[in-house]
Design a binder for this molecule. Structure first.
Ligand SMILES: Cc1cc2nc3c(=O)[nH]c(=O)nc-3n(C[C@H](O)[C@H](O)[C@H](O)COP(=O)(O)OP(=O)(O)OC[C@H]3O[C@@H](n4cnc5c(N)ncnc54)[C@H](O)[C@@H]3O)c2cc1C
Length: 446
């Protein structure tokens, strides 16, 4: 019998900072996963599922252990258009799902900033979209999950049948079992177009003054912030809101991905001047667009998907993403403090995103979204300079009672994680003993 595991060194996460050697298996049928778990166990390895690798840090990597790539588990099992329910295998991507369901006048209840994520990955990170204030996070729309566990075999889990395992699995970072299949609710749409409203933001106060009103007025909201601006312009940017259009064709996005960035951008190409120039030009371009426009959902939700491998923009050393969420009581001042520190560092991001989360209670024990404001930025990996900037941001977030998003993280301390997720031991109690990740070992090993 051929060995289903191969030794590979090519797995990186989206930020490309963390990598390592894994024993990699690529099952084509869900029925093969049980044997893979047993084989990993027999070799004394821990294992982890790997979807499309769109997490930025180390929560989807398990160096020294096994990775079970789920992309081959890509079957649609049942689509009930009337009831608006989809059952599919965990390796099916949002890209595949949207192309299948949009012509039926259906959409996913929420989508992250890329459609290149798997169903299993979206559940394991309880992803959120621009409509958190109106729909909550993805986990809220999951009806049931079929897990394969090394210790208990197949488990069909719902909120009703096993609330603790369900809550540990939503946002559970892939640690409670390999998700084989899931059943989710879909939402109706009348067209594939979004009526978009774009407006200039003069600064941090302007954002916080209007964010709640805009969230009441629109289903989707998100702001892009020029994180190189300082002084009176600190937090200047563009707020974009949107609602599904009543009319228009039900045309899904094109099957073909956009052109790829062919090479890593050289390190010297990224410096305070190029970042400032990019941010100014981007703001100008956004504000030249009409204040109201009807655009296809792919341009509204997934503009970054039009350039494949854009993560190479940050050069061969990769980059970190830093995403925090802070409750409204302290968010305004903490956002101001973070943006001031970032502007002073010269280490800004091409795209800094600021948005509000609504009042939905977190679905999972480790779900990231909670009511407040979330700021997400990329920082090129320049070594100590970048790490010390993020350590300063950690202090601001911790003092404000906020937390960081594990899916985006590749370096937060155990203390920072445990302060942000005091109930983490509930996931540890539900963890499949064979499953682990570099992230989990880093933030829980004392
Ligand atoms: C451009 C871009 C924009 C993004 N925007 C957003 C956003 O707006 N909101 C947001 O929430 N996130 C966002 N993300 C992050 C992304 O949505 C999440 O990291 C998502 O979970 C990645 O899915 P994946 O299939 O690539 O999973 P991976 O990154 O491969 O894995 C993620 C986690 O899921 C687990 N997992 C994967 N498959 C299974 C399975 N079958 N069973 C059990 N566990 C499994 C892995 O073990 C790992 O812990 C963005 C990422 C990118 C690159």
């Amino acid at each position: 019998m051929t060995d289903p595991f191969r030794t590979e060194t090519g797995h990186k996460s989206w930020g490309r900072v963390v990598e390592g050697e894994h024993q990699v298996a690529r099952p084509r049928r869900t029925g093969a996963v049980r044997d893979l778990l047993h084989q990993a166990g027999d070799r004394g390895l821990t294992a982890l599922a790997y979807g499309l690798g769109r997490s930025y840090g180390d929560s989807n990597l398990n160096p020294g252990g096994a990775l079970i790539e789920t992309r081959g588990l890509d079957r649609f099992i049942a689509l009930d258009v009337e009831a608006r329910v989809l059952r599919a295998e965990a390796g099916v991507s949002f890209d595949d799902i949207l192309r299948a369901i949009v012509p039926h006048g259906l959409f996913l209840p929420t989508v992250p900033g890329t459609r290149y994520v798997t169903l299993g990955g979206a559940i394991a990170n309880d992803v959120h979209g621009k409509n958190h204030h109106s729909a909550g996070s993805f986990g809220r729309h999951v009806r049931s999950i079929r897990l394969e566990r090394s210790d208990r075999g197949i488990q069909d889990v719902t909120r009703e049948t096993d609330p603790e395992l369900f809550a540990a699995t939503i946002g559970g970072l892939g640690l409670t079992g390999i998700i084989l299949e899931a059943e989710i609710d879909l939402v109706p749409i009348a067209s594939a177009f979004i009526d978009q409203r774009t407006e200039a933001l003069t600064g941090v106060d302007h954002f916080f003054d209007i964010a709640e009103t805009r969230a009441q007025e629109h289903e989707h909201t998100v702001a892009w912030i020029d994180c190189t601006a300082s002084g009176d312009r600190l937090g200047q940017g563009v707020l974009s809101c949107g609602d599904w259009a009543d009319e228009g064709a039900l045309t899904p996005h094109p099957a073909k991905a956009g052109p790829a960035l062919p090479v890593d951008l050289p390190g010297f190409a990224l410096n305070p001047l190029t970042l400032k120039t990019f941010n100014l030009a981007y703001r100008k371009r956004q504000l030249m667009k009409p204040a109201r426009a009807r655009i296809h959902y792919s341009g509204f939700f997934h503009p970054l998907d039009s350039v494949r491998d854009w993560n190479r923009l940050y050069g061969a050393r990769g980059f970190y993403q830093y995403q925090s969420v802070i409750g409204f009581e302290t968010a305004r001042e903490a956002t101001r403090a973070m943006l001031t520190r970032i502007a002073a560092s010269g280490l800004g991001s091409f795209l800094a995103v600021l948005k509000t989360f609504g009042e939905y209670a977190p679905e999972g024990v480790l779900s990231f979204p909670k009511q407040g404001a979330t700021l997400a930025l990329d920082f090129a990996n320049t070594g100590e300079h970048t790490l010390s900037l993020m350590a300063d941001l950690d202090r601001i977030v911790a003092e404000a009672g906020g937390r960081l998003y594990p899916a985006k993280d590749g370096r937060m301390s155990a203390g920072m994680f445990k302060a942000g997720y005091p109930d983490w031991t509930r996931v540890e109690a539900m963890r499949d003993p064979l499953l682990s990740s570099q992230f989990w070992r880093r933030v829980t090993d004392d």
